[in-house]
Design a protein around this ligand. Structure first.
Ligand code: SF4
Length: 356
């Protein structure tokens, strides 16, 4: 397991969830429903909760969306973050509706008086503000001075931070996002030298399900390996539940979090005697409800499978219509191929029930 270094950051609390200060790296996502449609938004957040999302952000583009925030907040169990661009009245409305945090860049809402008003509302309710700087939306002045560079991202974040600090407000977390992995890494490294606020990390506009997962995994893993990151979102052009799934896979791979099964499946080879891709996907789906950390193997032949996966808690190996169910390399039973998944699920559930 890699060494888990963590940058020393200060801790903030978002609706009961600790972020920074050595707290577990939390997983968040963002809804893609129309926030004005509270029912659809609540339904999506409940699906996100079920897969382990710990913090959810919703877009608040107008007063009608802001007006639904309280209803959404009361119907869900994870903290709710309102994503607001430019309009300080929406920020005030969101705080009044009871959101747990804002994503807002104070430099974009106009006068110092407006910043002061928003900060006062946030301070009263202990509502943190995430400053989120994105490579695609930097000021012209910064672009002229630094180009579209990591330094420009950092400078922009520091300007926004300065506006909040001027009001003695320090319930801050920061994200610096670029669609360029190495630029993102460099930007966080520079910022880590300058402030100790917790970092929200991710690679923005990472892409579709598979490409985005790879790009996010590379970027997020590099950051986490350097100890940079207190909470994360994997941004995918896909269902938000997929973002949460990928986030946990990244965190599990690095040993930062444990949740649900770790699937060990062989890459298949000329000895494969079963439709392993479909079998592995069926196992993944059938065990998606398991929260306990367990290693589950799905192997393509009965000769080498159980031995190659002896470190797995449970596993199956397929071959010519029959297959083996095994536990830590020991064969438990031989079964018809079409009963393998069901038998594996039953074995796992019995094992977990016996442990309680
Ligand atoms: Fe090939 Fe069997 Fe190893 Fe899978 S478990 S890679 S099928 S030898």
């Amino acid at each position: 397991m890699p060494e888990k270094r963590r940058r020393t950051s200060r801790k903030i609390t978002v609706g009961g969830l600790d972020i920074g200060g050595g707290s577990p790296v939390s997983v968040q996502s963002m809804t893609n429903t129309d926030t004005r449609d509270a029912e659809a938004t609540i339904a999506q957040i409940k699906r996100l909760e079920a897969v382990g999302c710990e913090l959810v952000r919703v877009a608040v583009p107008d007063p009608a969306a802001a007006a639904e925030l309280g209803r959404i907040r009361r119907a869900i169990t994870i903290p709710l973050v309102a994503d607001i661009h430019f309009n300080y009245r929406l920020a005030l409305a969101a705080v009044a509706e009871g959101v747990d945090a804002l994503r807002l860049n104070p430099g974009n809402i106009g006068s110092a008086a407006r910043v002061r008003e928003v900060v006062a509302a946030c301070r009263d309710r202990r509502v943190p503000i995430r400053i989120g700087v994105n490579g695609g939306s930097l000021d012209r002045e910064l672009l002229d001075r630094y180009g579209n560079s990591p330094e420009a991202l950092v400078e922009s974040a520091l300007q926004h931070v300065g506006l909040l600090e001027k009001e003695n407000f320090e319930l801050i977390k920061i994200s610096l996002k670029s669609s360029d992995v190495m630029a993102t890494l460099k930007a966080y490294r520079i910022l880590a030298e300058k402030v100790d606020y917790p970092f929200h990390i991710g690679i923005t506009e990472a892409g579709t399900r598979l490409r985005g997962a790879v790009k996010s995994a590379v970027g997020i893993a590099l950051l986490l390996h350097e100890g940079l990151g207190d909470t994360l979102r994997v941004s995918l052009t896909a269902a938000p539940e997929d973002e949460v799934f990928v986030a946990y896979e990244i965190l599990k791979s690095l040993g930062f979090r444990q949740r649900g099964i770790e699937l060990i499946s062989c890459p298949t080879c000329g000895r494969t005697e079963v439709g392993l891709i479909a079998l592995a996907e069926a196992v993944e789906k059938a065990l998606a409800h398991i929260r306990e950390p367990l290693k589950i193997a799905v192997m393509g032949c009965v000769v080498n499978g159980p031995g190659e996966a002896r470190h797995a808690d449970f596993g199956i190996a397929g071959g010519r219509g029959v297959g083996l169910l095994f536990r830590r390399g020991e064969v438990l039973r031989k079964l018809p191929e079409n009963e393998l998944v069901e038998a594996l699920v039953a074995e796992v559930e019995n094992y977990l029930a016996a442990r309680q």
